[in-house]
Design a protein around this ligand. Sequence first.
Ligand SMILES: Nc1ncnc2c1ncn2[C@@H]1O[C@H](COP(=O)(O)OP(=O)(O)O)[C@@H](O)[C@H]1O
Ligand SMILES: O=C(O)[C@@H](O)C(=O)COP(=O)(O)O
Length: 417
Amino acid sequence: MLLGCIGDDFTGSSDLGNTLAKAGMRVVQYSGVPTGPADPDVEAGIVALKSRSLPVEEAVRLSLEALEWLQEQGCQQILFKYCSTFDSTPEGNIGPVAEALARELEADQVIFCPAFPAAGRTVYQGCLFVGDRLLNDSGMENHPLTPMTDPDLRRWLALQSTVGVGHVPAATVWQGADAVRDRIAAESDAGKPFVICDAIRDEDLLTLGAAADGAPLITGGSGIALGLPENFRRQGLLSPEPPVWEGQVGRVAVLSGSCSRATRGQVAHHIGLGEAALEIDPREVLAGTFGAMDAAEWVLGQDGAPLVFSSADPRTVRAVQAEYGTEEVAHALEEFFADLARYLVDGGVTRLITAGGETSGAVVEGLELGQLDIGPEIAPGVPAIRAGEDLVLALKSGNFGAEDFFDRAARMLGDEG
Ligand SMILES: Nc1ncnc2c1ncn2[C@@H]1O[C@H](COP(=O)(O)OP(=O)(O)O)[C@@H](O)[C@H]1O
Ligand SMILES: O=C(O)[C@@H](O)C(=O)COP(=O)(O)O
């Protein structure tokens, strides 16, 4: 294993897997820290944690465990992957996890760059944009768990960090990798070892990737990985043979716990296509009057690509959170989707599409899927995944995918894969 990655959620980890696999690396995503050694032909290993919204100490502990395992596999470089919308709170977890990893790796210059231009995320003047909107005006300010209310990443990361936060402006990135390295070193010398890097095009991310050659620790969205495989390829370390992908026949189901704008559009579109859809009321789940078994029975009685969703608009989400508590609602729904996924796979579903990072994490953990092989891209940031002989998955980030994503994923995971 050359590149060791720690993902703070499951969709984000598969997004990273997609980038690395497209660039020709053999990638495996692990659910949590594995107990045994990795297959020897894995070139990039991603330990997916569900640590984005955990208490800080727990996120740090899990990330350090992941680091230890990746180091045991011989990784030369560590990448900490977080969301391209920098999902975090003023307490963490991006800053504290990065600090712990940097301490362990003795890294005194650490790149931070969530940019992912293919999905509309760009960083300019230290601020994060989603399309033509600043982050705090993109819908992310209403996220159920990590509302992003400040687009200035230097300010937001500084709130979460005990070390200084510097900046590499776009003008420096455009001068090339050497200029970036010089600027990062200067920021570090000035007491700012954490450096937010501007990037508005894939070329900028390739420059940052080249500048990161040999760095013990890099952090970012999946975009920051664009340029990394080339560093290993140049050294003749990558296998020339891409892995082969085969689709999966059988029943399909879509589970959506994401309340993000893009997902809500996909839910509406899927219903508009005439597919069967079942909306979950969190109150009924919390009260125990409607459970995963009820939903499973409904799904298994449908044709096509049935959808079970709790996706709701911000006002509805806020109302139920105010009534029952944010964590209580999230926990109940995630448990519901995890149980539902188990019943569905037991009932013969072989193609499972999940929307939402926390939701997907709960499902993958609920299914106890240890190793996920990353296949071809379904949409930017979302690969097809094989989770064993009879099960394929698409773990969609809340904000990713075009309106027809669910239908497209069902087809690509199947015979058209
Ligand atoms: N109707 C709802 N009301 C309140 N919370 C919800 C509702 N539906 C889903 N949630 C919770 O909101 C969170 C959405 O997060 P996640 O699954 O990561 O989606 P995204 O990828 O869009 O961030 C989950 O914890 C989920 O259980
Ligand atoms: O970088 C991204 O946007 C994704 O890779 C990601 O992390 C997704 O997280 P969710 O939006 O919570 O699914």
